[in-house]
Ligand binder design. Structure first.
Ligand code: DQA
Length: 144
């Protein structure tokens, strides 16, 4: 089983940006966490981060017939990007949405998730743990 983990804009700034919301751990430590979870569970993983909407669309398209599932934190594009929603629908790979923070307890503009409309499950407000929950959910869903 091979998963693609996609992180959107400013996730590379973890550890620097709004620590009161996102914590003090860096993006590098998030990558280590994800790789560790995948290793423990016999899951192959590739991680991708971009600050550019089109690059994320390209990564989703390139996942077609290459990956079994997608874990995605589209970050700010969650709330704006019909293009990412359409790309997820186009490849129709099982996708799970993750947010470090609880978007439903924040500003009203964060309460809408376009990407979430193409996802089988969403985890929000669990910090890094949300990625573990997403990976395990896909593992169970894919029966592996
Ligand atoms: C986020 C929540 C988004 O609203 C925000 O724009 C982010 C990060 C999260 O992980 O909590 O950049 O996706």
């Amino acid at each position: 089983m091979k998963l693609l983990v996609i992180n959107g804009p400013n996730i590379n700034m973890l550890g620097i940006r709004e620590k009161n919301i996102y914590g003090s751990q860096t993006y590098e430590s998030l990558l280590r966490f994800i790789r560790q979870v995948c290793q423990e569970n016999g899951v192959e993983v590739e991680c991708f981060q971009s600050n550019h909407e089109g690059a994320i669309v390209d990564a989703i398209q390139a996942a077609y017939q290459k990956f079994d599932g997608i874990v995605i934190n589209p970050a700010a594009y969650t709330h704006t990007s019909v293009a990412i929603l359409d790309a997820l629908k186009a490849v129709s790979l099982p996708a799970v949405e993750v947010h470090l923070s609880n978007i439903y307890e924040r500003e009203p503009f964060r309460h809408v998730s376009y990407a979430g409309m193409a996802c089988v499950r969403s985890f929000y407000g669990h910090g890094f743990e949300g990625y573990r929950l997403a990976i395990l959910h896909l593992k169970e869903l894919l029966g592996q």
